[in-house]
Design a protein around this ligand. Structure first.
Ligand code: SF4
Ligand code: F3S
Ligand code: FES
Length: 237
């Protein structure tokens, strides 16, 4: 089947403003949208810029807006799309070129939540143990591949007035440590997130959960973080 891709183009070094280029590609229904983009770059237009690595929903590098909804082209089958598909970069972030955006602000917020184990005691000789039950609590959060689809879809992050909100992706990672039975940084972590640009910036708008390609219940995890912060302040944890 023939599919047309209407792709956002912008090179700030030479273009005055963004424009769209339409490419026609022959593809099977079981090809992925990423296959089409690769084919365009290999066979039609080597100047088209986009990120990709694993091609299989693991690396999180190819987040983009597909027909207005953030997602991964490596997870979208051509057969699930219409005859013309609109491809644009993730919103919220500055465009470096075409579909490549500057994710440094995203990773800066990710680093702000201290995405590593905080432990007062040195590890035992073998490893820090955790029961299967405690590990199950973290099961959904550890699926996050930091694709930024949730943060760029969140209306709070999209609003320039509230854009400093830490965002759902950083909160998913914060959950992973706030609820880790081996972590001892609870008070410190709760304090980092206890303000209007932290966990309380979330207005429960659900867009993050709707777009997450790893089907993580993001809104639910953020709700649990808010409760955790509240209980930590009350001293009931
Ligand atoms: Fe991507 Fe989902 Fe992680 Fe957000 S929570 S960064 S959408 S994998
Ligand atoms: Fe945004 Fe998701 Fe909260 S869309 S407001 S982070 S529930
Ligand atoms: Fe790695 Fe899509 S290319 S997640």
């Amino acid at each position: 089947m023939a599919i047309r891709l209407k792709v956002f183009r912008f090179d700030p070094e030479k273009d005055e403003k963004p424009y769209y280029t339409v490419y026609a590609v022959n593809a099977g229904t079981t090809d992925r949208l990423l296959d089409c983009l690769n084919r365009i770059r290999w066979e039609q237009d080597p100047t088209l810029a986009f990120r990709m690595s694993c091609g299989h929903g693991v690396c999180g590098s190819d987040g983009m807006r597909i027909d207005g909804i953030c997602g991964l082209p490596c997870q979208r089958l051509v057969g699930s799309l219409g005859p013309e598909v609109l491809i644009e970069p993730l919103p919220v972030f500055r465009v470096i070129k075409d579909l490549v955006v500057d994710l440094e602000p995203f990773f800066e917020r990710y680093r702000s939540i201290k995405p590593y184990l905080i432990a007062a005691v040195p590890p035992p000789d073998d490893e820090r143990r955790q029961s299967p039950e405690d590990a199950r609590l973290l099961e959904s959060a550890v699926r996050c591949i930091l694709c930024a689809c949730c943060t760029s879809s969140c209306p709070v992050n999209q609003d320039p007035e509230t854009a400093q909100y830490v965002g759902p992706a950083a909160l998913v990672r914060a959950f992973r440590y706030l609820f880790d039975s081996r972590d001892q940084g609870l008070a410190e972590r709760a304090a980092i997130l206890d303000h209007k640009e932290g966990a309380w910036g979330c207005r429960t708008l659900w867009k993050c959960t709707e777009v997450c390609p790893k089907e993580i219940p993001v809104t639910n995890l953020i709700g649990q973080i808010k409760r955790r912060i509240h209980e930590t302040k009350k001293g009931t944890t």
